[in-house]
Design a protein around this ligand. Structure first.
Ligand code: EPZ
Length: 438
C-alpha cells in the first residue's frame, strides 16, 4: 500500500484544473444499463472507483466500446454499450470494494426486469443503509427480497414498473444514490412518478441531464420534487461529466491552509456556494473571473494572514457538504480561536479527528459535534488514512505542518483524487508517493 511523504510549510501558488466528478460519474456510468445503444461520457476521472465501476458494468454485460487508456486507465471520451443483458448479478466481491455499485440496481431492474446485487455493507464513515432505495423501487411495483446477502429485485408480472408518488426522505434528509436509483428506474416505468424529498445535489442534476439526452422526460431535478414521465425506451447519448465540486473545495482548502494564492480552473463554483460562504467568514477569498460558466469557472483563492474561527453544520445540498467536513477541520485547526463543526449526515464521520490530533490539532468531540480549538502550528507525523475525505484532510494538514508527514494507505485517496501528488507538486508542494515495496 502506497504512502505519501509530505514536507510541509510551503505556500501553494499557481493554477490547477478540477477533474470530472467521481460522484456524478458513477450513476452516469450505470445509466448505460438503461439502453441498448452506446453511451459516451467525457471528462470521466481516472480513479480507482471508476475502474471498479467499469469492471462491474463489464460483468453486467455492459462493456467499453472505446480503447482503455494505457495501463487500463479511464479513456476520454469513454463509450459503453450493453452487449449481454443476461448477466445481471453484481457480486459481493465487487460490491464490497465499492458500495456505490448499488446505483446499478435501478437501471438494471427497469431495463431487464430483474437484478441481483449484493447488499452493500457499512464503511469507515458509518452505516450505509439502502432502505430508502428499496422502498422507492418497491413503490414503483418492484418485488424486492433479500437472500444470502443479495438484494433480488424484479418487476411485477408484465415486466414493467409503474409510476407512483414516492416520499424518499429519511432520518438524515434525502439520499443521493437512492434518488439516482429511483429516478433512473422511473424513466422506463409506465406512467408518471413524483419523487418527494429527492436529493438536490448537482450530481443528481447531471444524471437527469444525461437521462433527458437519452430520451427521458424529467422535470424538477435539483429541487426536492422531481417528476418523471415514463417512456417506452431510452437511446444512446453523449455527455460531459460536471467538474468535481468536492475536489474543487479540497483545492480551495489547500490554498488557504498553506497561506497560498491558487487559481482553480474548471471550477463548478455555482455548486459550492455554502463552502465559499464558510471560507469567506474564515478569511479565505474566492474571486471568480467575470462572465464565466458557473459550472466551469476560473477562481482565484487567497487568504487573510489570520484565519478566523467559524461554525459549520453539514446538511443536504445546497447546505454545507459532508464531503468537505474533514478538509475544513484541517483548515480550522489553524484558525485563531474555537470553531464548531457538526456532522448531520454521517454522525460518525470523524476518523480524521484522532489522526489530526497526532499532528497537534486541538479537537474536542462530543457526539456529532467537534470543537476545533485553533493552534499556531501543526507538526508533521506518520498518520493513517481511513476513508477518502479523511485522507484528503491529512494531506492538507501535512502541507501546512512543520516537518514531515507520512500519510499511509493512500489507496483511500486514489479512490477519489486523480494523481493528487502529481497535481499538487507544480503548485510548490513537496509531496511524493512512496510505493509500499520501497
Ligand atoms: C453520496 O453517497 C456520495 N457518494 C457520498 O460521497 C456523500 O457523502 C453522500 O452522497 C451524501 O452527500 C456518491 O455519490 C458515490 P446518501 P450516498 O444516500 O448516496 C442515510 C465521498 O466521499 N441513508 O445521500 O450513499 C445515510 O446513512 C462519498 O465522495 C439512509 O438512511 O449517501 C446518510 O446518513 C462518501 N437510507 C444519509 O442518508 C438509505 O437508503 C445520506 O446518505 C440511504 C441513505
Amino acid at each position: 500500500m502506497d504512502s505519501f511523504v509530505i514536507h510541509g510549510g510551503r505556500r501553494l501558488e499557481g493554477s490547477i484544473r478540477v477533474s470530472g466528478s467521481k460522484n456524478a460519474s458513477l450513476p452516469l456510468l450505470a445509466a448505460a444499463l438503461l439502453t441498448d445503444e452506446p453511451v459516451t461520457l467525457r471528462d470521466v476521472p481516472d480513479l480507482a472507483d471508476i475502474r471498479n465501476m467499469l469492471g462491474l458494468l463489464a460483468e453486467l454485460g455492459c462493456g467499453r466500446q472505446s480503447e482503455p487508456a494505457p495501463g487500463g486507465g479511464v479513456e476520454n471520451p469513454l463509450t459503453l454499450r450493453v452487449t449481454d443483458p443476461a448477466k445481471s448479478h453484481a457480486r459481493y466481491e465487487i460490491v464490497r470494494t465499492m458500495r456505490a455499485s448499488i446505483c446499478t440496481l435501478g437501471p438494471m431492474l427497469a431495463k431487464r426486469g430483474q437484478a441481483q446485487i449484493s447488499m452493500p455493507g457499512g464503511c469507515a464513515i458509518g452505516d450505509r443503509p439502502v432502505d430508502l432505495h428499496l422502498r422507492g423501487l418497491e413503490a414503483l411495483g418492484a418485488e424486492v427480497t433479500l437472500r444470502g446477502g443479495d438484494i433480488l429485485a424484479k418487476t411485477p408480472p408484465g415486466g414493467r414498473l409503474r409510476g407512483d408518488t414516492i416520499f424518499l426522505g429519511g432520518p438524515f434528509g434525502s439520499t443521493v444514490l437512492g434518488t439516482a436509483n429511483v429516478m433512473s428506474a422511473a424513466t422506463l416505468a409506465e406512467g408518471t412518478t413524483i419523487i418527494e424529498s429527492a436529493a438536490c445535489e448537482p450530481e443528481v442534476v447531471d444524471l437527469a441531464n444525461l437521462l433527458t439526452k437519452m430520451g427521458a422526460r424529467i422535470f424538477g431535478a435539483g429541487s426536492p420534487r422531481i417528476t418523471i414521465e415514463g417512456v417506452e425506451r431510452l437511446g444512446g447519448a453523449d455527455h460531459a461529466v460536471i467538474p468535481d465540486r468536492i475536489e474543487a473545495g479540497t483545492f480551495m482548502c489547500a490554498a488557504a491552509i498553506t497561506n497560498g494564492s491558487v487559481t482553480i480552473e474548471n471550477c463548478p463554483i455555482d455548486t459550492l456556494l455554502a463552502a465559499v460562504d464558510r471560507l469567506a467568514h474564515a478569511g479565505v477569498h474566492v474571486q471568480t473571473a467575470p462572465g464565466a460558466d458557473p459550472l466551469h469557472a476560473t477562481c482565484r483563492v487567497t487568504v487573510d494572514r489570520v484565519l478566523r474561527p467559524i461554525e459549520i453544520t453539514t446538511q443536504p445540498h445546497p447546505g454545507f457538504p459532508t464531503d468537505l467536513q474533514a478538509q475544513f477541520m484541517a483548515l480550522l485547526a489553524l484558525a485563531d480561536g474555537n470553531s464548531v463543526i457538526t456532522e448531520r449526515i454521517f454522525p460518525e464521520r470523524f476518523l480524521h479527528v484522532a489522526e489530526l490530533g497526532r499532528m497537534g490539532a486541538h479537537l474536542f468531540r462530543a457526539g456529532p459535534t467537534v470543537v476545533v480549538s485553533g493552534v499556531k502550528r501543526l507538526t508533521g507525523a506518520p498518520v493513517m488514512a481511513s476513508d477518502l475525505r479523511a485522507s484528503a484532510s491529512l494531506v492538507l494538514a501535512g502541507l501546512a505542518a512543520e516537518g514531515t508527514t507520512i500519510v499511509n494507505r493512500v489507496y483511500h485517496l486514489d479512490r477519489g483524487y486523480e494523481r493528487l501528488e502529481q497535481r499538487l507538486a507544480p503548485l510548490g508542494a513537496r509531496i511524493e508517493r512512496v510505493p509500499e515495496s520501497a
